[in-house]
Design a protein. Structure first.
Length: 257
């Protein structure tokens, strides 16, 4: 008999659930009912003679409602009583298999990496997480998230404008967010695009956040331009704790089911 478990008890992470749901939902443009999503996960769990328990179904439903929907990947279609991919979700599916250029700081060479489901989802989760964290850090601003308008971002993911008088010395804040492997930095071209985007928009406060790193030259240029750099997940988590906000690790693995 199959053992009843939650997806976390089965060793599945948030990204695993997202990947399973995305891949199947892409095959069904008319959407999937919640029972279908249970079935997708149960098919995966069956490989270990496991099945979702009642608690497991509840936690999975909560992840769909508070995760996939909140982060803008899917929406509930009332007429069909099912879940469908948003344009952002479709954009993510469309990026799979593309090549991304990065600079490997260990080898000192530019490399290309194939975009995979887990990496693009983690990047998306990172962007929405950082947006909510910055709203806590800089509350007196109206924040705009480029989201699916990536082709028009000109090197920035988030832009904020001050609301009212006082509270802050900056009229505008611009933020670039990169989900990179620890050894990877932006390519020279990507870095220059980021700097140019800040200059064109006359951004007063510039923040660069990466799970990877910058090259020594990029670090120097960031210092000269007074760009605030948050480098690595550990530093991002440390800053989040200072503001009594959940860490990215907690957000990413969905500890608060």
């Amino acid at each position: 008999m199959a053992k009843g478990v939650t997806y976390k008890e089965a060793g599945l992470k948030k990204e695993d659930i997202y990947s399973l749901v995305f891949e199947e939902m892409a095959k069904h443009p008319d959407g999937l009912a919640m029972k279908d999503i249970y079935g997708i996960v149960n098919t995966e769990l069956a490989k270990k003679s496991q099945i979702l328990s009642k608690q497991g179904e509840d936690s999975l439903r909560n992840l769909v409602n508070s995760g996939l929907q909140k982060e803008g990947f899917i929406y509930y279609f009332e007429e069909g009583k099912n879940w469908r991919l948003t344009d952002e979700g479709k954009r993510i599916i469309g990026r799979l298999g593309e090549q991304e250029e990065v600079f490997n700081t260990d080898t000192g060479e530019k490399e290309t990496e194939k975009i995979e489901m887990t990496s693009v989802l983690k990047g998306q989760i990172l962007e929405t997480y950082v947006l909510e964290l910055l709203k806590v850090m800089y509350p007196y601003y109206a924040w705009f998230y480029q989201g699916e308008q990536k082709n028009n971002e000109r090197g920035l993911d988030l832009i904020a404008n001050k609301i009212g008088e006082g509270h802050s010395e900056y009229e505008t804040i611009g933020v670039q967010i990169k989900n990179h492997k620890e050894k990877n930095a932006p390519t020279k071209e990507e870095w220059l695009k980021f700097l140019a985007g800040c200059s064109v928009r006359n951004i007063e406060k510039v923040i660069f956040i990466t799970t990877g790193r910058l090259t020594s030259e990029q670090r120097r240029e960031a210092g000269e331009a007074k760009i605030t750099v948050i480098q690595g997940s550990d530093e991002l988590n440390r800053i989040a704790k200072l503001y009594n906000y959940k860490t990215f690790d907690e957000e990413y693995i969905n500890e608060d089911e």
